[in-house]
Design a protein around this ligand. Structure first.
Ligand SMILES: Nc1nc2c(ncn2[C@@H]2O[C@H](COP(=O)(O)OP(=O)(O)OP(=O)(O)O)[C@@H](O)[C@H]2O)c(=O)[nH]1
Length: 321
C-alpha cells in the first residue's frame, strides 16, 4: 500500500510536500554537481554513499549519467547499524542490476568490516580499470558522492582513521548540507598513496513522488522545516501503522496504537513537558499550550536515533518481486 491509499487528510498534506519538493533544488547543489563533473578527470574511482534505511528511494539518478559514468563505482549502503540485518541480502539482490559492488557500512564503528573491505575492493577495481587519462599518476584519487547527510564525510574520516591513523579531516554534522562544495584532496593512505575528494550532498532534482520526499525527510536528507515537522511525524506514524510496527506505543507511553497524530503528539507534550507559555491578554496571565512542533521533532528523533527499532523504510518495495 502506498500513500495514494492513505486517508484523505494525510494524502492532501503529503501531496503538498510533493509540489514543494518538485521545485526544490538549492543553488549550492547545482554548483556542486558542476564542480564534481569538472573534477571527474582527476579521479580513478567513484564511491557513492547512500542511507541503508532507504536503499531504493532517493538515490540521485543524475550521478549515474553525469558523474559515475565509465569510472569504477562502489555503492556504499551506510548506517547499516540502523536497519534489521535480515534486509541485507534482499537489498543486495535488488541493487545488483545497477552495481555489482555493494558494501554495507557503519561509519560510527571503528571495527566495521564493511569499512575495512572498501579499501581492497577499491584497489582491485582501479587496478582492473585502464585508469584512462590517469595511467601515469602515482596516486589514486577517489571521489565520494551521494545525497545530503548519508555519511560521506564520516566514511572519509573512518577510512583515514583506519589506514592513515590520523584524526578527522572532513566536517561531520547531524543536519544536511554540512559540506557545501567539492573539497581539496584528503589523504587516506600513504602506501599506496590514496586521496579522497569529499563533495556536497546533492539530492535528485526530480523527487518524483511525495512518499520518496517524505522518506528522504525522515532520514534527515532534507532540512525538517522545509517539509514541516508535523507532516514528517504524521508520515512516520502512517508508515509504522502500515508496517504493523507498534514499538511507538511503548516509547510514547500510549495505551493503544492509533492513527491519530494529534493523540501521539499530545501524549509526548504531556510526558516530555513540551509546552508553550502563552500570554493571555485578557487577564495578563500565562497559559500553557502543547508545543506540537517540538513534540513532532521528538517523535522524528526517536526514529532517527533508533528508539523505535531498526527500521528500513523501503520494506514494501523490497518485498515486490
Ligand atoms: N547511525 C549512524 N550514523 C551515522 C553513520 N555515518 C554517519 N552518521 C551520522 O550521520 C550524520 C551525517 O554524517 P556526515 O558524514 O556529515 O554526512 P554527509 O553525507 O557528509 O553530509 P552532508 O555534508 O550534509 O552532505 C552525522 O550525524 C553522522 O554522525 C553510520 O554509519 N551510522
Amino acid at each position: 500500500m502506498c500513500i495514494k491509499h492513505a486517508p484523505s487528510n494525510l494524502r492532501k498534506s503529503f501531496q503538498n510536500v510533493e509540489k514543494d519538493l518538485f521545485k526544490w533544488f538549492p543553488g549550492h547543489m547545482g554548483k556542486g554537481l558542476k564542480q564534481m563533473q569538472t573534477k571527474l578527470r582527476t579521479v580513478d574511482c567513484i564511491i557513492e554513499v547512500h542511507d541503508a534505511r532507504i536503499p531504493l528511494s532517493g538515490r540521485n539518478t543524475d550521478f549515474k549519467y553525469k558523474v559515475s559514468g565509465i569510472k569504477p563505482h562502489i555503492l556504499v549502503m551506510n548506517k547499516v547499524d540502523q536497519i534489521d540485518p535480515k534486509f541485507i541480502p534482499p537489498i543486495t539482490k535488488k541493487l545488483q542490476n545497477e552495481c555489482s559492488n555493494v558494501v554495507f557500512t557503519n561509519c560510527k564503528n571503528q571495527k566495521c568490516k564493511g569499512v575495512r573491505s572498501i579499501f581492497p575492493l577499491m584497489q582491485k577495481l582501479i587496478d582492473e580499470s585502464n585508469r584512462y587519462n590517469r595511467a601515469n599518476e602515482e596516486d589514486c584519487c577517489v571521489m565520494i558522492i551521494g545525497i545530503p547527510n548519508v555519511g560521506k564525510s564520516s566514511l572519509i574520516n573512518a577510512l583515514r582513521n583506519k589506514f592513515l591513523r590520523k584524526g578527522n579531516a572532513a566536517p561531520v554534522g547531524p543536519v544536511p548540507g554540512i559540506t557545501r562544495s567539492v573539497m581539496n584532496k584528503i589523504k587516506i593512505c600513504d602506501k599506496p598513496l590514496i586521496y579522497m575528494l569529499d563533495t556536497p550532498g546533492i539530492l535528485t532534482p526530480n523527487i518524483n513522488d511525495a512518499e520518496t520526499g517524505l522518506k528522504l525527510a525522515l532520514c534527515a536528507t532534507i532540512q525538517d522545516h522545509f517539509v514541516g515537522e508535523d507532516i514528517i511525524a504524521d508520515y512516520l506514524l502512517y508508515w509504522l501503522n502500515k508496517q504493523g510496527v507498534y514499538s511507538y506505543k511503548e516509547v510514547f507511553q500510549l495505551q493503544e496504537h492509533t492513527d491519530n497524530i494529534l493523540e501521539v503528539l499530545t501524549k509526548i507534550c504531556a510526558n516530555k513537558n513540551k509546552m508553550l507559555k502563552i500570554k493571555d491578554a485578557t487577564n495578563n496571565s500565562y497559559v500553557l499550550k502543547p508545543n506540537f512542533v517540538e513534540a513532532a521533532a521528538y517523535m522524528i528523533q526517536s526514529f532517527r536515533n533508533g528508539s523505535l527499532g531498526r527500521l528500513m523504510l523501503d520494506e514494501d518495495i523490497i518485498e515486490q518481486k
